[in-house]
Design a protein around this ligand. Sequence first.
Ligand SMILES: *Cc1c(COP(=O)(O)O)cnc(C)c1O
Length: 304
Amino acid sequence: MDLLPENMVQLSAAVTQPLQLTLLHTHGIALDVLRLDKIDPVISGNKWFKLQYYLRSALENGQQHLLTFGGAWSNHLVATACAAKKAGLSSIGIVRGEQPVVLSATLRTAIEWGMQLVFVRREVYNQKNDPAFIEQLARTYHHPCIIPAGGEGEAGIKGAAEILRLTNSSYYSHIICAVGTGTLLAGLTLASQPHQQLMGIPVLKGFHHWRPADISGANLKRVHILPDHHFGGYAKKTEALLDFMNGLYKETGIPTDFVYTGKLFFSVIDLIKKNYFPTQSSLLVIHSGGLQGNDSLPPGRLIF
Ligand SMILES: *Cc1c(COP(=O)(O)O)cnc(C)c1O
């Protein structure tokens, strides 16, 4: 029996949307977008998939609290807060850095969903994968279910592997997503088929060597990491990127975020222009959500 309440998110809203752009016709490419951004405004996109098995294990083990980690604009933190509340659990967020005078919109939303925030200095935060630190947190916070930052780890990958069930995925020659921790990409890779190529667009600088233990060598050969599309690094942006996001929205009605999916779509369109994909390719681009991060932009900069 599934202990998770039904309708935590609305999976049926995750439509597959074909794009009709002149560029696609002239290059002989089909491009569909899997709209995971639509499943929930707060437990957005890929974050739900990575969280679901952590939530299930907490409920199965009778744990009443979730504890996880994130920065001031973390999609994962706010998703965890909302998911915990809906599942009848309480949540604790270990936040990187000193408590600011004015909280970010993300942290305010997390608090609204009942999350207790604990601000820690960067040196402390950076111990978040250290077993001794984890043990100390477990004792301090009454043995919560501790979810690694970004929902990574085995349970996160297992959950992300379920994303491709939402569409007729075997049809596509390429499956493309943004990469933070690489958990989403790992899940997609596990669920993909031998005739398919996977492409990951890292949004951080210096993301070259991606070797998750869970992925076999044969599967890894089908994965292509394109490390030069990060626009200067994590959460860095350019005016050209924001203009592109506005243009994409005008032409397709698809809103994107500047941290992940804006960079993803910009890169895919750029690669098509540069004839990266053979004609007749059919691309599935994963819209992994994250729109709440745009709240850090000046009001009015984006048209959506
Ligand atoms: C967290 C996030 C990602 C990255 O997922 P990983 O599994 O960490 O690689 C991609 N897109 C959005 C919108 C996200 O919030």
